[in-house]
Unconditional design. Sequence first.
Length: 59
Amino acid sequence: MAYTYIGIDPSKGAEDITVGSSTTSKAIELRVDTAKITSRAEITALVSLLKDYIETVPL
């Protein structure tokens, strides 16, 4: 399995997003299994579902 990690820290902008093949050690990190997810459209759709969930339930 291959993973791509995308991370960002609080109070940062899009220019501070880090992408790599290992953990970014950021406050928020998304790990994408590139063996299962093969398109940006699929990633975007799934992240949108996560966003909707985060906005509607207490954490």
